[in-house]
Design a protein around this ligand. Structure first.
Ligand code: HEM
Length: 75
C-alpha cells in the first residue's frame, strides 16, 4: 500500500484513520486515529513522501494537492 501508484488509500488512512475488525482471538480492535483535524495537507504529503522514499522504497512523492483532493472527497 505504501508504494502503490495511487496515493488515495494512503491519504485516506491518515485523514480518516482506520479500524481493524475484532475477532475472538484479538478482541481489542487496533485502530489508527483520524489525523485530518491535526495535520495540514502539506504536512501529510511530506510524511507520506518520506515513507514512500525510505527503507528501500522508491515511490513517487505525494503532493499537497493529492491530499487536498482526498480531504475534499471525505467531506
Ligand atoms: C502521519 C502519521 C501516520 C501515517 C503516515 C500512518 C500510516 C498508516 C497506514 C498507511 C496504515 C494502513 C496500513 C495497512 O492497512 O496496510 C496505518 C494503520 C494503522 N495506524 Fe497509522 N499512520 C500514522 C499515524 C498513526 C498514529 C499516530 C497511530 C496511533 C496512535 C497509528 C496507528 C495505526 C494503527 C493501529 C493501524 C492499523 C489499523 C487497522 O488495522 O485498521 N497511526 N497507518
Amino acid at each position: 500500500m505504501v508504494a502503490q501508484a495511487s496515493t488515495e488509500t494512503l491519504a485516506r488512512a491518515v485523514l480518516a484513520g482506520s479500524q481493524a475488525v475484532h475477532t475472538a482471538r484479538a478482541p481489542t480492535t487496533p485502530a489508527m486515529p483520524s489525523l485530518a483535524w491535526r495535520l495540514k495537507d502539506q504536512e501529510i504529503a511530506d510524511a507520506l513522501t518520506y515513507v514512500r522514499g525510505s527503507w528501500g522504497n522508491a515511490a513517487p512523492a505525494v503532493s499537497s494537492d493529492d491530499v487536498a483532493a482526498v480531504r475534499e472527497e471525505l467531506q
